[in-house]
Design a protein around this ligand. Structure first.
Ligand code: 9MJ
Length: 670
C-alpha cells in the first residue's frame, strides 16, 4: 500500500473511532472512554489533517466549525412543510382531542399514542444526502426557513454522517435544538461576570446561539439536539409504519432521541404519563414545557390529516406556565451578612411554576439598570424548577405614567449608616458593620448554621426572635442565654429550651476551621477556612498574619487576604472573637505536618486482602497522613502492595511486575 493510502486508511479508522464514541456518548448515553482520551483521539486526527490538508474531508469530525458566511442566512424551502402543534391546556382539552381522534377514525378502542417530552427549543430540519449532512434549516413559517447548516454542523450530538453502510439518497430528520440547563446557567454566569447579554431562558439562549452568523460562536454554546420525527425520505429507505419504530430507525442511523419516550394506550395512560413527566421535570437536564402525544400508527395519522399548519393526530399537553406577568409594587433593600444591600421586588402575588410568588430578588443596581425596570411596571416573572423566581423582562408598553425610578439608597435602611460602592463591585454596602442590627442578625444565623458551629435547633426564625426581643445583640451573647429566657418564649417550653441550651453548649467543642468559617469573614468559605487552619495551626497565628503570609495559603489571593486583615484589625471583631474564646469555644490542637514528616510522599500503595489489625479506612488514612497515595490497582508505578490474608489477583499482578510486597505489620512500623 502506498504511504498516502496507508495514511488515508489510518485517518478513516480514526474518524470512525471518533464517530463511534460520539454515537455512544450522545445517542446511547453510554460513554466508552474518558473525555481526555476522546480529546487525545481528536488531537491526533487534527494533527494528521494539519500535516496533510489534502486529505481533509468535510464529514470528518474535526470539520464541525467552518468559516463565517459573507452574507446572512439564505432562505430555504421545506419540501414537506414543518408542522406546528395544537395545545391542550388542561385534561379536558386533551380528552376532547382524544374524542375527536376516535370519532374521525371511527374507532371505539383505545388509541395507541406515543408520548414524548415537549422540548422547549427550536424546531429544525436536517437533511442527509447519501448519508452526509448537506442542509439544516430553521422551521421559519413552516414552508420557508433559514439555512443554518454551518451552525448545526457544530453540534456534537448531530452526526455529520449517518451510521449506515447503504444510506438512503435523502433522509430528513426533524427535531429540537435546545440548550441544556447546565450550559444555560454557565453561559449566563459568564455573561453576568463580563457584562454581556443575559438570556431570559434556555429557549432564548438556544435561539440566540443558533442565530449567530459566525459558527465559531455557536460552537461555544453547547447546544444539543433531539430528533422527534422524519421528514422527506427517499423511497430507497423503508420507513416503519408507526412513529415509535421510526424513532428507533432514526436512532439506529446515529441521531439522538429522548429517553423518556413511551407508547401508551388510551387517554388515561397519556394523562398518567403527563403526571409522571411533570414530576420528573425538575430532574431533567433540559427544559421541557409539556408533553407531545401523537397517534402512533402512520396509517391512522394519514387518515386524520391536517388542519392549517397542525396535524389532527398530535397535540401538545402544556405544563403550567413558568412565566407570568405581574406588577412591581415596590422595591425594598435587604441588608445581608456582609452589609450588601440587595434590592427585593415586592410583586402583586402571582401563581407561577406551581407556587404563588410575591417577592423576587433584583440582585443589585446593575440588574435594575439592565432590566430598565421602574416601580409600577408590568414585568415577566419566571420560576423554573427550584430556581428562585427571577424578573426576566419589563413590558415597557404597559408602563403607567406615574412609574417611579428605583433609587439607590443613600443610607442603610436598617441602621442609617452610610452606604458605599467599592470599585468594581456591583453591590452597595452598609458601612455599619456589627452596629447594623441586620448584619448582626445575619452574622448570628451564619454562625449557628450547620456547616459553621452547627447549633442544632437554632434556625433563622429563632435568631430573628432573639434579635427582635433584644435577647442577643452579638454572636457571643448566644453563650449567655439562659434556659428560662428561652422557655418563656411563645411555643418554646422547658424541653425545647433545655435542648437548645445543650446544643449551644455542645457547639463549644469545634475545630479551628469551623470556627474561622463561622466568623463570616468576607469571601472566606469552608475550604479557605480549612486551608487557613491547616497552614497556621492556631487562631493567634491567623490573627497576626500579614498579607504576604496569608497569600501563601492555598485559595487566598490579595482580596481575601485584605478581608482577613480588615476583619482582625477591627477592634469590635477582636473583642467578639475574644469573648467567644472566653465563653469556652475550643478545638483540638493542630499538629502540623512538615515536609520532613511526609516520609511516603510521592509513593503509591495498593492494599489488598483481609487486614486483621486495621480497617481499610485506617490503613489508608495512616499511609495518606505520611503523604502516600493509595490506589485501587497495581501497576508498574506502584511502590508497594500491602497484602493481607486471602490476597488474590492484585498479589499475583504485583509479583509479575516485581512490585515489593509488604505484610500488614508494615503499618505498625510507620
Ligand atoms: C418537541 N418540541 O419536543 C414535536 N416536539 O411533532 C416533539 N415537537 C412535533 N414533537 C410534530 N417531541 C410537530 C412538532
Amino acid at each position: 500500500m502506498s504511504d498516502t493510502k496507508q495514511l488515508e486508511a489510518q485517518l478513516n479508522r480514526l474518524r470512525s473511532e471518533i464517530d463511534e464514541h460520539n454515537y455512544q456518548y450522545y445517542v446511547l448515553d453510554n460513554p466508552q472512554i474518558p473525555d481526555a482520551e476522546y480529546d487525545r483521539l481528536m488531537r491526533q486526527l487534527q494533527q494528521i489533517e494539519a500535516d496533510h490538508p489534502e486529505l481533509i474531508s468535510s464529514s470528518s469530525p474535526s470539520q464541525r466549525v467552518g468559516a463565517k458566511p459573507d452574507s446572512g442566512f439564505a432562505q430555504v424551502t421545506h419540501q414537506m412543510p414543518m408542522l406546528s402543534l395544537d395545545n391542550a391546556m388542561d385534561d379536558e382539552e386533551f380528552l376532547s382531542f382524544n374524542k375527536r381522534v376516535k370519532e374521525r377514525l371511527k374507532d371505539s378502542q383505545d388509541i395507541e399514542y406515543i408520548c414524548e417530552p415537549k422540548l422547549d427549543g427550536l424546531a429544525v430540519s436536517i437533511i442527509y444526502e447519501n448519508g452526509l449532512l448537506t442542509r439544516a434549516a430553521t422551521r421559519g413559517d413552516g414552508n420557508q426557513g433559514e439555512d443554518i447548516t454551518l451552525n448545526i454542523r457544530t453540534l456534537n450530538s448531530v452526526p455529520l454522517k449517518l451510521r449506515s453502510e447503504q444510506p438512503p439518497e435523502v433522509f430528513e430528520v426533524r427535531g429540537e435544538v435546545f440548550m441544556p440547563l447546565e450550559a444555560f446557567h454557565s453561559l449566563n454566569q459568564v455573561a453576568i461576570e463580563t457584562g454581556n447579554k443575559i438570556f431570559a431562558n434556555p429557549r432564548n439562549a438556544a435561539a440566540g446561539s443558533l442565530r449567530q452568523l459566525d459558527p465559531k460562536i455557536t460552537a461555544q454554546r453547547q447546544l444539543a439536539f433531539y430528533a422527534y420525527s422524519t421528514g422527506l425520505v427517499s423511497e430507497d429507505f423503508e420507513l416503519a409504519n408507526c412513529h415509535s419504530e421510526r424513532l428507533a430507525q432514526i436512532k439506529t442511523l446515529g441521531l439522538p432521541i429522548t429517553s423518556e419516550i413511551k407508547v401508551t394506550h388510551g387517554s388515561n395512560e397519556v394523562l398518567k404519563y403527563f403526571d409522571d413527566i411533570l414530576e420528573k421535570r425538575n430532574q431533567l437536564s433540559f427544559e421541557i414545557d409539556g408533553v407531545v402525544c401523537k397517534v402512533n400508527e402512520i396509517e391512522k395519522q394519514n387518515q386524520l390529516g391536517f388542519v392549517s399548519r397542525a396535524p389532527r393526530w398530535a397535540i401538545a399537553l402544556k405544563f403550567p406556565a413558568q412565566e407570568e406577568m405581574t406588577e412591581l409594587l415596590d422595591v425594598d433593600f435587604q441588608v445581608g451578612r456582609t452589609g450588601a444591600l440587595t434590592p427585593v421586588a415586592r410583586l402583586n402575588p402571582v401563581f407561577v411554576g406551581g407556587v404563588t410568588v410575591s417577592n423576587a430578588t433584583l440582585h443589585n443596581m446593575d440588574e435594575i439598570e439592565r432590566l430598565g425596570i421602574m416601580v409600577g411596571d408590568t414585568v415577566i416573572l419566571r420560576r423554573a424548577g427550584d430556581v428562585i423566581p427571577q424578573i426576566v423582562s419589563v413590558i415597557e408598553s404597559k408602563r403607567p405614567t406615574n412609574a417611579a425610578k428605583i433609587e439607590s439608597p443613600a443610607s442603610c435602611p436598617v441602621c442609617s449608616s452610610q452606604v458605599e460602592r467599592a470599585e468594581g463591585e456591583a453591590a452597595i454596602r452598609c458601612t455599619g458593620g456589627l452596629i447594623c442590627a441586620a448584619q448582626r442578625t445575619q452574622a448570628i444565623k451564619h454562625f449557628a448554621s450547620r456547616k459553621a458551629m452547627d447549633i442544632d435547633g437554632l434556625g433563622d426564625k429563632l435568631v430573628d426572635i432573639f434579635s427582635e426581643l433584644e435577647m442577643i445583640s452579638s454572636i457571643s451573647d448566644l453563650y449567655r442565654l439562659e434556659k428560662q429566657q428561652i422557655a418563656d418564649l411563645e411555643r418554646m417550653g422547658d424541653k425545647s429550651a433545655q435542648n437548645l441550651i445543650d446544643a449551644i453548649e455542645a457547639s463549644k467543642e469545634t475545630t479551628l476551621a469551623k470556627f474561622i468559617y463561622s466568623l463570616g469573614i468576607r469571601e472566606v468559605g469552608e475550604v479557605t477556612a480549612k486551608n487557613l487552619a491547616q497552614h497556621f495551626s492556631t487562631l493567634e497565628a491567623i490573627q497576626a498574619a500579614t498579607g504576604e503570609t496569608l497569600e501563601e495559603v492555598d485559595d487566598v489571593g490579595p482580596i481575601v487576604a485584605q478581608h482577613l486583615i480588615n476583619f482582625f484589625a477591627n477592634p469590635r471583631n477582636q473583642k467578639e472573637v475574644a469573648a467567644l474564646v472566653d465563653a469556652g469555644i475550643h478545638w483540638p490542637v493542630i499538629v502540623k505536618k512538615s515536609e520532613g514528616d511526609l516520609t511516603l510522599k510521592g509513593k503509591t500503595f495498593v492494599i489488598t486482602g483481609t487486614l486483621t489489625n486495621h480497617s481499610r479506612q485506617e490503613a489508608k488514612a495512616k499511609l495518606e497522613a505520611l503523604g502516600a497515595k493509595v490506589a485501587g490497582s497495581v501497576s508498574k508505578n506502584t511502590y508497594a502492595l500491602i497484602a493481607g490474608a486471602k490476597a488474590g489477583s492484585k498479589l499475583k499482578k504485583a509479583q509479575e511486575l516485581g512490585v515489593q510486597i509488604l505484610s500488614e505489620e508494615y503499618l505498625s512500623t510507620i
